[in-house]
Design a protein around this ligand. Structure first.
Ligand SMILES: C=C(O[C@@H]1C=C(C(=O)O)C=C[C@H]1O)C(=O)O
Length: 360
C-alpha cells in the first residue's frame, strides 16, 4: 500500500469516527423529538422534505444532490425508526417499482407489508394494519393509473406525500440469448412503456400481461417446465437480483425519461413545507361551461394547476369526476381563498391532501 493511500484511509477512518458520533447525536435528538409528539404522528414528510431541500441547496459537491438525498434519507429513516418503526403497505411481490418507491421515501427503517393489489394497499391502511401505503398514480408515458384515482374518490385516506421514480426496465430471463425468447410477461403499463422496443427487437414474441412486473419475474423464476426456458419478463434490475434472472437488455423503455409518480397515503394531514401540492377531486354542475366556471377562482387567485384528469364517475353515463392538482398548500392564503370559492361552485369537492412536492 502506498504511503499516500494509507494516509487517505487513515483520514477516512478519522472522519468516519466523527460522522458516527454525529449521527448518533442526531439520532438521540430524533428520539427526544419523538417523545414530544403528543398526537402520535411520528412521520413528518414536510420536515423531511425541508431537511433534504436545505442540504441540497447547501451541497458543495463532489456528491450530486441525488446522492446527498440518498444518504440523508437513510439517516432520517433510521432516526425515525428510533421514534417508531413505521409499517408501509405497497403492491408486491418484492421487486416491484412500488417497493422501490417505498424504499426511496421511507428507507429501510420500516417494516414492509406486501399487498396483492392496489385495492389491498388502500384497505390495509384504512384498517390501520399499516401506517402508510404507497400507490402508483401516473406514469409519464402511459398517463393516469385509473384504479388509484377511483379508489381515492371514495377513500377516507389523505395524500401525505408524492414520490417520483425514474423507471428503467430490463428484459429478464433464465435464457442468455434474446433470440430464444418466444413470450414476454409484464404489467400492462410496462409492456406499453416498452412497446416500440419490443416491436423493433422482438416483433414476433407474444406479450402477456400479469398483475405486476415483479410477479412476471417471479413467474419466470418459478417456471420449471421447458416452457420457462423461452419466457422473459420486463421488470427492474432489483427484480433480476431477487429472482436470480439474467439481464438480457437494459433501459428498454421507449422514453429515457420514463418516470412514475407514486402517492403516500396515510390517515393524517400534513403541515406546509414551503413547496407543496394539493390534490382535489370534484364534479361540476351539469350545465354548459360549468367546468371553466368551477376552475376560474384558481386562476383569479394566482393558483397554478399542475394536473387535470377526468374519470367516468360510474354514477351515470357520461358523468365525470375531475382530479385536479394545484400548486401550494390548502392552508396557504391564496389556495384557501380559491378553494372556498370553488367549493361554492362545485356540486362535489374533496381535498385529497396537501403534501410536499417530491424531492429528487
Ligand atoms: C425527528 C423528527 O421525526 C422524524 C424524523 C426526521 C429526521 O430524522 O430528521 C424528520 C421528520 C420526522 O419524520 C422530526 O419530526 O423532527
Amino acid at each position: 500500500m502506498s504511503e499516500q493511500l494509507k494516509q487517505h484511509r487513515d483520514q477516512i477512518d478519522a472522519i468516519d469516527e466523527q460522522v458516527l458520533k454525529l449521527v448518533n447525536e442526531r439520532a438521540k435528538l430524533a428520539r427526544a423529538i419523538g417523545s414530544l409528539k403528543d398526537d402520535g404522528v411520528i412521520y413528518r414528510p414536510e420536515r423531511e422534505a425541508q431537511v433534504l431541500r436545505r442540504l441540497q441547496a447547501n451541497n458543495q459537491g463532489p456528491l450530486a444532490n441525488e446522492a446527498v438525498s440518498n444518504i440523508f434519507r437513510a439517516v432520517m429513516s433510521n432516526c425515525r425508526a428510533l421514534e417508531k418503526e413505521l409499517s408501509i403497505a405497497f403492491l408486491g411481490p418484492l421487486g416491484t417499482y412500488s417497493e422501490e418507491a417505498a424504499l426511496k421515501q421511507f428507507g429501510l427503517g420500516r417494516s414492509a407489508i406486501v399487498c396483492g393489489s392496489i385495492d389491498e394497499v388502500f384497505r390495509t391502511v384504512e384498517a390501520g394494519q399499516a401506517d402508510y401505503g404507497v400507490v402508483p398514480v401516473e406514469n409519464s408515458t402511459e398517463g393516469a393509473v385509473g384504479l388509484t384515482l377511483d379508489l381515492l374518490l371514495s377513500s377516507p385516506l389523505k395524500i401525505c406525500g408524492e414520490i417520483t421514480l425514474p423507471i428503467h426496465h430490463c428484459l429478464l430471463s433464465k435464457q442468455t440469448d434474446i433470440a430464444n425468447i418466444s413470450h414476454v410477461f409484464s404489467h400492462t403499463q410496462s409492456l406499453a412503456q416498452c412497446h416500440e422496443w419490443l416491436n423493433r427487437i422482438m416483433p414476433k414474441v407474444t406479450r402477456e400481461a400479469v398483475t405486476s412486473n415483479a410477479r412476471a419475474a417471479q413467474m419466470i423464476h418459478d417456471l420449471v417446465s421447458t416452457d420457462g426456458t423461452f419466457a422473459a419478463a420486463i421488470a427492474s434490475k432489483r427484480a433480476a437480483e431477487l429472482f436470480d434472472l439474467n439481464i438480457l437488455a437494459e433501459n428498454i423503455e421507449d422514453d429515457a425519461k420514463n418516470t412514475t409518480r407514486f402517492l403516500v397515503l396515510g390517515s393524517h394531514e400534513v403541515a406546509p413545507s414551503g413547496q407543496d401540492r394539493t390534490s382535489l377531486v370534484m364534479t361540476s354542475k351539469n350545465i354548459p361551461g360549468a367546468m371553466v366556471q368551477l376552475l376560474e377562482p384558481l386562476s383569479r387567485h394566482g393558483v397554478s394547476m399542475t394536473k387535470f384528469e377526468s374519470r367516468p364517475s360510474k354514477q351515470g353515463l357520461w358523468d365525470y369526476v375531475f382530479f385536479v392538482d394545484i400548486e401550494g398548500h390548502q392552508h396557504d392564503a391564496k389556495v384557501k381563498a380559491a378553494l372556498a370559492e370553488c367549493l361554492e361552485r362545485a356540486s362535489f369537492l374533496k381535498v385529497l391532501g396537501s403534501y410536499p412536492v417530491a424531492v429528487i
